[in-house]
Design a protein around this ligand. Structure first.
Ligand code: SAM
Length: 922
């Protein structure tokens, strides 16, 4: 157990006094260092040895004055000698050390001065002997007070640590030691490695035991580990008196971590070496929040190749935790000031926080929540006891926040185990922080309290069996996203069962089930607040109309929302996931907040909101459902393009077209350009055989074309879909034909989110639109104008579905629900004129594709101006001259939508909307 800092300072003063006159390296150096270690309550003999022989960089033999393997090299000189040289000499020895024995610290001294190099941090501390008592904290690593630095840069050591255990995992697995036993063994080894770096065990205790007591060929290592685990699971007074002394020195850990009896693993020389290598990582520096996920991914060789890309960044976790409860707690602490009664009340509140993560993985959300609560409690206690000298305090009785305040559900066993251990490791790291702060060693050993992590399926178990609603305060996590097409049969069934009769529940992402389960759970305690990270698709497109009316019926109110942002930017070669975070409860709160992102990768900015609807907009609550026809008479009908359903046989690249025409020039009459979003926006040339009206004799006269038709027939016949095989009867035709007969407005289905406007254009009926284009037959300049306006784009951006982050325009949700303006004739004319201005501006750049014209960087200034004028004219038609921002614009549209649709809702379901008004065709 480490000495208190006060004791260490006292010892340091005596030490400086005793050694102030010593000068000869040879005579007294070893006693000097023995005494030096004693200052920190550590026996030098236990951790380090003198005069370690080693081959130097130049190949000659040398002797390290003092070596603590993997931690410290000391080089000692006579008084007044050059310390730079001493440092050089110390580092020359590194060449002769095993990788795992390389030290993090180099300490040089001439009795009168100390100079300590921290090679990891690239820092140096230098001071005279007489000031040792003022500098003892530099030697926290000797005293056993080393605390984990809470930085995101901790990644390197975490990755290194996970890799070492990953190797061991592979080696054990290759020998046939697998499954549950392997997982438990690895989690236990993780604990032991961490323990010897953080004063749970004595320094080097685990490593020494392995090095000294197991044979080099590794054959008895498994047996020794088994025995050690038994010891760690046995209270001191229950241990056999004859127990080996070295084993008896290990503490009682409890917490049931070492309870289960595992089959004994067989190790070999290489595996023993790997474990010893793992001992060389500084385990005090691992971050349980990050390490858990890394550790989990070591199980999977594929995932390990990209280690570091698989964990959730702490900053992202805090995006959920801060608005859910941390921001409020920090504010409350500030309000307490230095008032003892308030601080004590606040500490009680901290103890009563209870958090459930119902898809906890390795427990990262719980770990960070716990760490933050402990930091708040530490601050409370610092304020409460700042006047008392630390000597009079008994730190043990002061701290109450503990791991039993955390609950988790996880479907995989290994991460569930890691989550449990990660919370204990965090507990210990925070205890070390307390020890450092109060100068008193504080540890909770044996472990008495346990986190409540349940290994099970959150959608099948009753959450009330995990945590009591009356006791719980928060639910948080990032449940599995699971898009509609990516769910397994079982997951789909679970989703449908959770939504119990809700129409179209099978269209929802898997994550939606956690919302419904949480809403049901908190109906038993309306004080519980919830926040989930989710795919943004539950707030867009079709899913809104399925999920949110159901939640609203249960009284769910959104309190805060992070709008779409990129969740994991690290994953190399992996598509980034676009997420939202939604905080909600069944009660109202005064201050609601929306976190906006200019781009999915940018930093959020917070705005206050009156109300937050399912689209995460500060606007009236509406849920858009798919409609077959537009809600306003001004909007003409929109259609999908035609679907070839031809296995590619009716489609041709320009080269294929030319080759065909070389052989069969008559085919020219039956070839048409065809476009989807890609071709339309990027000006890509594609052709199709459009054989409507072709007589059999002409087809016979074009054998190459006939061959293609034959292949369409075969392909359709082979289909298992009844409708497709029926189409085999008409092999010369597209499967579904919806080609307009007159000029039409084309709207691409998919368009990059980086564009301010989705580019639209008029096309002639000879250009075939495939299903990646929407078509509006006979559209006028006015229709083009409204749909190309910033008003419509604001609507699109907020209600459309997405493909990754690209806009997915839709007829049923986006177009048919859009509220058109009721313009005057004058406004109508002005809008048409402005629309013509946009088309005219485009024609000045005949070489440019729509992609070029609408790329925000390359968009020509006159086209920008033309759009500005158009936007202004359209705004006027809505009776507005300006909007503060897009949020206000969308709120306006939602209100208008509600005005238009509320009377409609009263009409009978089957009433038809009015027909399109005829306007001048272009
Ligand atoms: C997106 S991960 C989040 C885990 C962790 N918070 C993180 O950031 O790494 C979702 C977790 O939910 C777990 N999970 C998936 N389906 C589950 C279910 N039906 N019940 C409980 N947990 C589930 C997965 O194993 C995974 O650990």
């Amino acid at each position: 157990m480490p000495l208190s800092w006060n004791e260490i300072r006292q010892n340091a003063l005596s030490f400086s006094k005793e050694w102030e006159t010593e000068s000869s390296e040879d005579a007294e150096a070893q006693s000097f260092w023995n005494e030096f270690f004693k200052v920190f309550g550590v026996s030098r003999r236990r951790v380090a040895s003198f005069e370690k022989p080693v081959k130097k960089l130049d190949g000659r033999d040398g002797f390290i004055d003092l070596l603590w393997k993997g931690v410290l090299v000391v080089e000692h000189k006579s008084r007044g000698r050059n310390l730079d040289r001493a440092y050089k000499q110390a580092t020359d020895y590194f060449a002769g050390l095993k990788e795992r024995d390389l030290p993090r610290y180099v300490l040089v001294s001439d009795f009168a001065h100390f100079r300590l190099y921290d090679l990891d941090e690239n820092k140096t501390a230098e001071f005279p002997l007489k000031d040792l008592h003022k500098n003892v904290k530099h030697f926290a690593f000797i005293a056993g007070y080393q605390t984990q630095k809470i930085t995101e840069q901790a990644e390197e050591v975490n990755v290194k640590a996970a890799n070492r255990l990953g190797q061991l995992h592979d080696q054990l697995k290759d020998t046939g030691y697998t499954g549950h036993s392997l997982e438990v063994l690895l989690v236990r080894m993780l604990f032991c490695l961490f323990a010897e770096y953080t004063s749970i065990f004595e320094k080097n205790q685990f490593r020494e035991y392995l090095e000294q007591r197991t044979s080099e060929d590794g054959s008895d290592l498994g047996m020794h580990l088994t025995q050690l685990f038994q010891v760690l699971n046995t209270a001191l007074d229950k241990r056999q008196k004859t127990l080996d002394e070295q084993l008896a020195d290990f503490p009682y850990v409890n917490g049931r971590l070492f309870e289960e009896t595992l089959s004994v693993a067989s190790f070999d020389k290489k595996m023993r070496e790997t474990l010893l290598d793992a001992c060389a990582v500084d385990w005090s520096q691992i971050s349980p929040a990050i390490f858990g996920s890394l550790f989990q991914s070591i199980m999977d060789k594929q995932a390990r190749r990209n280690l570091g890309a698989h964990y959730t960044r702490e900053a992202n976790i805090l995006k959920a935790l801060k608005p859910l409860f941390l921001d409020d707690l920090h504010e409350e602490l500030e309000a307490c000031g230095q008032k003892s009664a308030e601080l004590i009340k606040f500490q009680n509140k901290l103890r009563n926080v209870r958090i459930l993560d119902p898809a906890c993985g390795c427990g990262n959300f719980l770990v960070i929540s716990y760490r933050e609560l402990r930091l708040l409690e530490l601050e409370v206690l610092k304020r409460l006891h700042k006047k008392e000298t630390n000597r009079l305090l008994d730190v043990k009785g002061l701290f109450f926040v503990d791991v039993d305040q955390f609950y988790g559900i996880e479907i995989e066993e290994f991460p569930a185990q890691i989550a449990q251990v990660a919370l204990w490791l965090t507990d210990h790291q925070m205890n070390m922080k307390v020890s450092e702060e109060f100068g008193q060693y504080f540890a909770r050993l044996p472990l008495k309290k346990s986190p409540h992590i349940v290994y099970g399926n959150a959608l099948r178990i009753n959450w009330e069996d995990v945590a009591k609603p009356a006791e719980l305060t928060y639910i948080v996590g990032n449940p599995p996203f699971g898009g509609k097409q990516y769910q397994s049969k079982e997951q789909k069934a679970e989703l449908i069962a959770v939504f119990d009769g809700v129409k179209n529940a099978s269209d929802l992402d898997y994550v939606a089930a956690w919302y419904r389960k949480a809403a049901d759970f908190i109906s038993n305690n309306k004080m519980i607040h919830v926040a989930f990270v989710s795919t943004n698709s539950i707030t867009q497109g079709e899913q809104v109309g399925v999920l949110w009316p159901d939640l609203a019926k249960r009284g769910v109110k959104i309190h805060f929302a992070h709008r779409t942002f990129q969740w994991s930017s690290e994953a190399r070669g992996k598509a980034a996931v676009h997420c939202v975070i939604i905080g909600f409860s069944l009660s109202e709160i005064r201050q609601k907040s929306i976190y906006e992102y200019d781009k999915p990768t940018s930093e959020p900015h917070k705005i206050q909101a009156q109300q937050i609807n399912a689209y995460l907009v500060d606007a009236v609550s509406v849920f858009l459902n798919k409609r077959r026809e537009p809600i306003t008479a001004q909007a003409p009908l929109i259609e999908f393009g035609s679907m070839p359903n031809d296995g590619g046989n009716l489609l041709l690249t320009p080269q294929e077209k030319d080759a065909l025409l070389n052989q069969e020039p008559h085919a020219r009459n039956w070839l048409r350009p065809i476009m989807g979003s890609e071709e339309f926006i990027n000006g890509i040339e594609r052709w199709c055989l459009w054989l409507a009206g072709l007589d059999p004799a002409s087809l016979r006269g074009m054998p190459k074309v006939a061959e293609r038709v034959e292949r369409v027939k075969e392909q359709r016949e082979q289909s298992t879909r009844g409708a497709t095989s029926q189409l085999a009867k008409f092999p010369s035709l597209f499967g579904e034909i919806r080609q307009p007969k007159c000029q039409y407005l084309a709207i691409p289905k998919t368009s990059s989110e980086s564009r301010v406007y989705i580019p639209m254009a008029f096309l002639q009926p000879t250009v075939i639109a495939n299903t990646e284009l929407f078509t509006i037959s006979g559209a006028t300049l006015y229709h083009f104008a409204i749909l190309s306006s910033v008003m419509h784009m604001a609507w699109v951006r907020n209600v459309c579905g997405r493909l990754k982050s690209d806009y997915r325009y839709s007829a049923g949700i986006v177009y048919n629900n859009f509220p058109w303006p009721e313009e005057t004739d004058k406004q109508h004319q002005k809008i048409e004129k402005a629309a013509q201005g946009v088309l005219d501006a485009r024609t000045k750049y005949p070489q440019s594709t729509l992609a070029d014209l609408y790329n925000p960087t390359t968009m020509p200034p006159d086209l920008v101006k033309a759009h500005d004028a158009l936007d202004k004219a359209v705004d006027e038609a809505y009776g507005k001259t300006s909007f503060k921002n897009e949020a206000e614009r969308v709120a306006f549209l939602f209100t208008l939508y509600q005005k238009i649709t509320s009377p409609l809702a009263l009409e009978t379901k089957n009433s038809k909307p009015k027909k399109t008004t005829k306007k001048k065709a272009v």
